[in-house]
Ligand binder design. Sequence first.
Ligand code: BES
Ligand code: MN
Ligand code: ZN
Length: 494
Amino acid sequence: MKVRYQQVSPYQVRAEAIAYFLPSDEPYRTATLDRIREEFPSVAPALSSTDASGKRGTALLAYAADQDRSRKVVLVGVGQTNELTAETFRRAASTAARRVQNGIRSCALVLPEWSPLTAEDTAYAIVEGAVLGSYKFGRYKTVDPPEQLEEISILGTERSVTVRRAIEQAAIVCKGVYLARDLANMPGNDLYPETLAEYARQASMEAGFRVEVFTKRKIEQLKMGGLLAVNQGSVRPPVFIVMEWRGGKSKDAPIVLVGKGITFDTGGISIKPAERMGEMKMDMHGAASVIGTLYAAAKLKLPVNVVGLVPATENMPSGSAYRPGDIIRFMNGKTAEIDNTDAEGRLILADALTYAERYSPKAVVDIATLTGACVIALGHVTTGLMGTDRLLLERIKVAAEKTGEYVCELPLYDEYLEQIKSDVADVKNSGGRPAGAITAALFLKHFIGNYPWAHLDIAGTGMAPKEGPYTPKGGTGVGVRLFVEMLRSWDTGT
Ligand code: BES
Ligand code: MN
Ligand code: ZN
């Protein structure tokens, strides 16, 4: 998708559709409608319709008669100007892009002059909404592939380097989100540990970060017993992907992001029911979010050091699979009793959290489609947030507020530890149904090193059962914008 800023009038722009944001309060509403009448006189009749109210969530599509063709003109209501936020613009821009999408390649959106946000923030949000809202996963459709917008222009009257820059940056971040969505949506027959590593490599070459892929032999040498146990049932070897973007000072400790990379989760011997098991092709969404973040961080040349770690394997049942009752030993020497082979994510993350210690990191944040319990607690709207470090948790909350990727903190009280006590090993991998998201995080806590740690459970927010305001059905790409925002504001605190 091409995204750019253009300093031309809506009438002159070479785009097949033009979108205007329409506020509901005066004088802005009338001023906007007057402007449209002037630029596209042929749509004037539609503008006096009650549909042109400017109410938030509404949209009016009209066709302007040009010399040789007709162009779509869409008006998207945004409500009261004094209540406008970045999120309003994201949603409205997505509505615009989705509304005009059929049969066209290019859409221009008019940057409103009455926005209470800065022109930069407004443009940034509009790009996010238009690009993210128009995503299509079409690569497997050979018949009637979905139509995807190819060009988005933001139209402004002023020549502004900063607005241009904001648009470029938003486009880069959205590309990272697209990458995460594509990886999450790809099926397990094409996306498995080795191909996931290959995609990480491709991203690294395009964006300019480093990547190293540990194969099974190296994983064995490192004694990553959690990753190896989960991998036992699969005919496909595991990988451990290490990505590094060093945009900060060379001596600066990095921020480490860890993503769960289960490329397909059958549950293993504790097999899942057949119904909707196919969704478990997205069980590597955490990994996808980390890869998408590294891509964006490197492309943006963020002045921070970031490491991405992805332990990846399938979780399959077979004659060689690990079993309930097994006792496994992790890289840090600790042992776990396997109560349920479907609680596999925490086992592979455990080794990655141990490995993270090598970097003496400033902080470690893991992201994982970890528990069904988190979906029950927070649905598909809000990511579960847990962790040990107040400041880190607050940073994440602030970034979430800014990006509209909601998070909600769940408590890690010691009282819950009882559920994962084992009679025979240091810890048990399942704590049963009550507070499942919390006991999973407490399991991870056994494996953290001497660093601030936070954990994001995206089981609900990563896999969407239906389209959202600017997210598609399926892999949402959640986490990329949140992480980029967290990294971007790490030192400035803004
Ligand atoms: N990948 C699943 C979690 C999941 C469930 C993600 C539904 C998205 C939607 C994870 O590996 C899992 O199976 N967790 C178990 C843990 C239990 C056995 C303790 C769960 O949540 O049921
Ligand atoms: Mn599982
Ligand atoms: Zn899983």
